[in-house]
Design a protein around this ligand. Structure first.
Ligand code: NDP
Ligand code: GDR
Length: 356
């Protein structure tokens, strides 16, 4: 790896510092000696409520600034004020499911904001290196499995369409203006800091509560056959950083290379908790029964199905492995164990504080 050398005192800007990835990335960059500034969005999570930064002990160690990234002038002031060496653009409407309900807002948040950042870099800060958070969702129902950097995009949600636009704008600014702009095409990555609106955190949180008796109702899920390539966020932010240290800018897939269904994820979580589940029925009538109590633990609700679903997502991260020396260190069973342990600790702390 060449390019930048010696990171001490360098300035990094992370848009969407309150995100899962923002917290892991801030920790990594602070460890490397960067000065880190993060953006918040107007009306979004204030720094005082940024629970991920708080859980990682980072709240007072980053500077935060509230800015509307869809406002080109505000973006210009932001970069003039902070003059970052590296920009990690993570802020986005990140829920695929809810993007179907707010397509225009999703497009503005994900595509227009990226264009504003690129344009200010081109006109005022051409030395800054720029990372855009692209996604495996752009592949949609691509027939090619595994998917790699050259796989054609067939987006199947407003979220993915907006990310394709942002991705291609990032590539365009690299090709047209010679700027150091890269897309990290990241497959799903999870952690104890994953938002509860995503399926892995939902399953872990609800199954831990269900086992502990804090919740009686079965967990309601959407498509159990949906397949994803799940990795660990801590590994993936390392890859983001490596992309900006490379000798030349390029786009990279980061993925585990393994694919699992949502049903598999439920099974792994149950196994980690020592629950014995049996699947019965088919389609929307499918349920998981807890064999020890005889109670229904999981049901399916078609209301959680999406208007369009993606195909089998499995990534080939060969290029990142070869050129960046990147590889994941945590497989899915280990990731589930990590998420379950953190959720148990959280729930134990919450019930201790209620009793205390
Ligand atoms: P999170 O869902 O944890 O956080 C999203 C971040 O974006 C938060 O800081 C949130 O702020 C901010 N945000 C939410 N809505 C908007 C909006 N409309 N306009 C501007 N900012 C908004 O994100 P992740 O850490 O999971 O992902 C980080 C980035 O990487 C995102 O761009 C995501 O699309 C992308 N990505 C994520 C993958 C994953 O598996 N995690 C895989 C591939 C790409 P607030 O706290 O105020 O809501
Ligand atoms: P995804 O993640 O859409 O891949 O986007 P999510 O966890 O929301 O869905 C994964 C799959 O699980 C199925 N599913 C459910 N999903 C949710 N959220 N809730 C449910 O109850 C449920 N039941 C089944 C979904 O249909 C889907 O197939 C995430 C986000 O982090 C994006 O920002 C990122 O770009 C992609 O990962 C890669």
């Amino acid at each position: 790896m060449s390019g930048h050398s010696g990171t001490g005192g360098r300035r990094a800007l992370i848009t969407g510092i309150t995100s899962q990835d923002g917290a892991y990335l801030a920790a990594l960059l602070l460890d490397k000696g960067y000065r880190v500034t993060g953006t918040l969005r107007p009306g979004g999570t204030p720094i005082s409520a940024a629970w991920r930064l708080a859980e990682m002990g980072l709240t007072g160690r980053v500077t935060s600034v509230t800015v509307d990234l869809t406002d080109a002038r505000a973006v210009s002031w932001l970069l003039d004020d902070h003059a970052p060496d590296e920009i990690y653009h993570l802020a986005a409407h990140s829920s695929v499911h809810s993007s179907f309900h707010v397509p225009a807002e999703t497009f503005a948040s994900n595509a227009v904001s990226t264009t504003n950042l690129l344009e200010v870099i081109r006109t005022r800060h051409p030395e800054a290196r720029f990372y855009h958070a692209s996604t495996s969702e752009m592949f949609g129902d691509a027939p090619e499995v595994p998917q790699r950097e050259t796989t054609l995009f067939r987006p199947r949600s407003p979220y993915a369409v907006a990310k394709v636009a942002a991705h291609q704008m990032t590539t365009l600014y690299r090709l047209a203006y010679g700027l150091f702009c890269v897309n990290g095409i990241l497959f799903n990555h999870e952690s104890p800091l994953r938002g509860p609106e995503f399926v892995t955190a939902k399953i872990v949180r609800r199954l831990v509560r269900w086992q502990g008796g804090a919740e009686d109702a079965p967990i309601t899920l959407g498509r159990l056959d949906a397949r994803r390539d799940w990795g660990y966020a801590g590994d993936y932010v390392r890859g983001m950083w490596s992309m900006l240290q490379a000798g030349a800018p390029d786009d990279y897939v980061l993925a585990s290379g393994c694919t699992w269904s949502v049903r598999d994820f439920v099974g792994l979580t149950a196994q980690t908790l020592g629950l014995r589940l049996e699947w019965r029925g088919k389609g929307t009538a499918e349920t998981a029964i807890d064999l020890d109590s005889g109670r229904t633990c999981v049901t399916v609700d078609a209301a959680l199905f999406r208007p369009a679903e993606v195909g089998e997502l499995r990534g080939d991260s060969g290029l990142a492995r070869e050129r960046l020396g990147w590889s994941p260190t945590v497989d899915l069973p280990a990731l589930v164990a990590m998420m379950v342990a953190a959720e148990k600790a959280r729930q134990a702390a919450a019930s201790a504080s209620i009793k205390g």
